[in-house]
Ligand binder design. Structure first.
Ligand code: C5P
Length: 223
């Protein structure tokens, strides 16, 4: 199994003076936390996708984190998340047949979430992604803010990463050249079934300063 960790976003909503993955969380960068979490899931290969200007700092992080015999590559990302994922996929060796795509910003994702995703793909799903039921009622609105529909709440899931796929399926989905906010959307568009497995609140995406504070509290609570 290979993991593409996307960390090439600017993270403007966090309001920091550097790209989000290089912001510190309890004494280490978000990217370092993410890499340690990914390695705990037992991948054969990892690709970190970072901003062009952060290639050298990312390589320093890789040198600091013990990876045993796991190959960890560092490549530059693109302007959109989908492009960053595509560049990461290209950097995986031919032998990788299952790919997990993970947001570095979800750096506290427990290993059990990785395991559930891998198990679902290993037993034949084209794709598997973690998700949680939503607590709010969600509305679909038009450009004027007028509600056009109200999906049944029980049918909704707030989805997370890692998102796992058969590599050939994900490569074909990316070859379509469409942009999306997650990889499952590209695979769904090709007509494949993507299953949702149980997510975890600790797989939150650090986006705002409040999320960073919540992640600090989660780390402190876990000792
Ligand atoms: O922007 P969003 O919050 O959806 O980003 C999710 C993840 O995708 C983050 O970890 C971010 O670093 C990554 N990303 C990327 N390249 C981009 C935009 C986002 O790798 N151009």
């Amino acid at each position: 199994m290979g993991v593409v960790v996307v960390a090439a976003g600017s993270g403007t909503r966090l309001g920091a003076d550097r790209p989000k993955a290089f912001v510190e969380l309890a004494g280490a960068t978000i990217l370092e936390h993410a890499l340690r979490g990914v390695l705990a899931a037992g991948p054969a290969e990892v690709v970190l996708v970072v901003p062009q200007a952060q290639l050298a700092p990312a390589r320093q992080i890789v040198e600091r984190v013990p990876a045993q015999d796991v190959g960890v590559a560092v490549v530059a990302g693109g302007a959109e998340r989908t492009e960053s994922v595509a560049r990461g996929l290209d950097a995986l060796s031919e032998r990788v047949t299952m790919v997990l795509v993970h947001d570095a910003a979800r750096c506290l994702t427990p290993v059990a979430v990785f395991d559930r995703v891998v198990a679902a793909v290993a037993t034949g799903a084209a794709g598997a992604i973690p998700g949680l039921p939503v607590v709010d009622t969600i509305k679909v609105v038009d450009e004027r803010g007028v509600i056009t529909s109200t999906p049944v709440r029980e049918s909704l899931r707030a989805v997370q990463t890692p998102q796992g796929f058969d590599r050939a399926v994900l490569a074909a989905a990316h070859a379509a050249g469409v942009l999306a906010t997650d990889d499952a959307a590209l695979v769904e568009a090709l007509g494949h079934d993507v299953v949702v497995v149980e997510g975890d609140p600790r797989a939150l995406k650090i986006t705002t300063p409040e999320d960073l504070a919540r992640a600090e509290r989660l780390l402190a609570a876990s000792g």
